[in-house]
Design a binder for this molecule. Structure first.
Ligand code: CTP
Ligand code: MN
Ligand code: MN
Length: 486
């Protein structure tokens, strides 16, 4: 029986609890919470020096650092070794790559220009909500490649697809937070979800980047990009109302490949998909900032005329500072709780000449209380609409000679008490939401949604009027929207 200790650095509580449970069940490990008792010290995404510093700083060990590292009774290993033992259901030999390095041989052997900046190397936080991710970054060549693999996993939708897609996005999100372009594979050291041996998926990100660095492209990515499946799915999922499961049915069962196939085949389309197909070309032209601002103003003026003091807030990509996007997202609210009710119908009616399509998604009543469901959809009253935009409004001509072009607009109606949470959720990115919610749950035992937040154990809910208050409650440094571009 080996006595092991899990170091909390870069390993959250939920993960430690899970590993402890499976270790204690194994029959050959016993987990201790006192590192001094352990013969094996297990950590994640760290080198030996960092672990000893961490343990000393947190007063978990008081010995002189050299005493600990020279302690022949203690071994310092990466969690990948532990996982390998669990897989094999026995103690597997410790390979070199399992053992933590105490001398930073990579850093020692590398010229200063190749060295990652010290602060970054030491401090890149694990959760994207703990770090700044700007709109423009230095590593687009790599992040584009990883995001193609993410998209491909999403399209495939087979077992594991979600985890696979997520691991590519996490790797990509880490690279977006770097303050320099990656030019050498050594610079990937210690980058969360890129550099680690503890998961094949993480190794996968590193392999892709390494290939691009060495050969200028990655075979796997190019294979996906040029595959019939990916190209067709990209077209199908580019139709408003079509998601990967419909796309897959068309591709595999109906052997469809192109937009023409969708148009000529006698396939069943629901209401969303029928208009999506009709306006496919228009809707796949990006919506520009000045166009978005024009629509936002029109909606705002209409709302205020209908009900004084109504607020219309631009969220989504434009709030994060993007210059174009695939739609405009607007949150409609009112400073008096309850005064937002019934507004959506009035707005759509008032603006009906401007809308091509307004399919209201009814709110599912009434989700103020805690819910433990994994469903991340919110329950606001909303409308995913298609708007008739006239380019002459912003001094342009319609390229096709028509007098208008179709644009997607999302309208979401939100009561005041949930406004800050809805703005946070709808500002995104999707990955930022995933991260801040995962952080809240794992590190703070708080459930965060677009409706509110509450304590996982006591179910006590915590109100907030601003995004700053939400970050504060979660113990996070506030990030403005343009720093959430992960
Ligand atoms: N969102 C959501 N519930 C939905 C749809 C979207 O909470 N049913 C969130 C998404 O997670 C995202 C934000 O609302 O963070 C905006 O969604 P979307 O318009 O799809 O993406 P954008 O980031 O705005 O990208 P784009 O500029 O291409 O529109
Ligand atoms: Mn959007
Ligand atoms: Mn949207």
């Amino acid at each position: 029986m080996k006595t092991i200790y899990f170091v909390s650095r870069r390993m959250n509580k939920a993960r430690r609890e899970h590993l402890t449970k499976i270790a204690n069940k194994s029959g050959f490990f016993k987990v201790t919470t006192d590192v001094r008792e352990a013969s094996i010290v297990i950590s994640q995404e760290s080198n030996g020096k960092e672990i000893v510093e961490y343990l000393t700083k947190n007063k978990l060990i008081t010995d002189d650092v050299t005493m600990v590292t020279d302690d022949v009774t203690k071994q310092f290993v990466d969690v990948s070794w532990f996982i390998a033992c669990m897989k094999e259901k026995s103690l597997v030999p410790m390979e070199k790559h399992h053992k933590l390095q105490f001398k930073q041989s990579i850093e020692d052997g590398v010229s200063p220009s190749k060295k990652p900046r010290r602060d970054e190397k030491a401090r890149m936080a694990m959760y994207a909500c703990q770090r700044t991710t700007p709109l423009d970054h230095y590593n687009q060549q790599f992040t584009d490649a990883l995001e193609i693999l993410e998209e491909h996993a999403f399209y495939r939708g087979d077992s594991n697809a979600e985890a696979r897609a997520l691991s590519f996005r996490r790797g990509s999100a880490s690279l977006k937070a770097l303050h320099h372009k990656v030019t050498h594979v050594e610079q990937l050291a210690n980058i969360p979800y890129v550099d680690s041996t503890n998961s094949s998926k993480i190794g996968h990100c590193k392999k892709v980047i390494k290939e691009i660095l060495e050969e200028g492209f990655c075979d796997e990515v190019e294979g996906v990009r040029n595959s019939e499946f990916y190209k067709s799915m990209k077209i199908f999922c580019g139709i408003f109302g079509v998601g990967p499961s419909t796309g897959r049915k068309w591709f595999h069962d109906l052997k469809m490949r192109t937009l023409e196939d969708v148009r000529k085949e006698d396939v069943h389309l629901n209401k969303d998909q029928a208009v999506g197909l009709k306006y496919y070309e228009d809707l796949n032209e990006p919506l520009l900032l000045e166009e978005a601002n024009h629509i936002a103003k029109l909606v705002r003026d209409t709302c205020v005329a209908l009900r004084k003091d109504t607020t219309v807030t631009v969220v989504g990509g434009f709030r994060r500072g993007k210059a174009k996007g695939h739609d405009l997202d607007l949150i409609i609210s009112h400073p008096i709780e309850g005064r937002e009710e019934g507004l959506l119908g009035l707005i759509l009616d008032q603006l009906k000449e401007h809308f091509v399509y307004t399919e209201k998604k009814a709110s599912i009543k009434k989700v103020t209380g805690p819910s433990d469901s994994k469903n991340t959809m919110d329950h606001f009253e909303k409308c995913f609409s298609i708007f008739r935009f006239q380019p002459q409004w912003v001094g342009r001509l319609c390229p096709s000679g028509k007098s208008w072009t179709a644009k997607r607009v999302d309208l979401i109606v939100v009561p005041k008490s949930q406004f800050a949470f809805a703005v946070l959720g709808w500002t995104g990115t999707k990955h930022f939401n995933r991260e801040i919610r995962r952080y809240a749950r794992s590190e703070k035992k708080i459930v965060l949604t677009s409706h509110g937040m509450y304590d996982l154990d006591t179910k006590e809910s915590y109100p907030a009027e601003t995004e700053e208050e939400i970050f504060n409650k979660l113990g996070l440094k506030y990030l403005p929207p343009n720093k959430r571009c992960c």
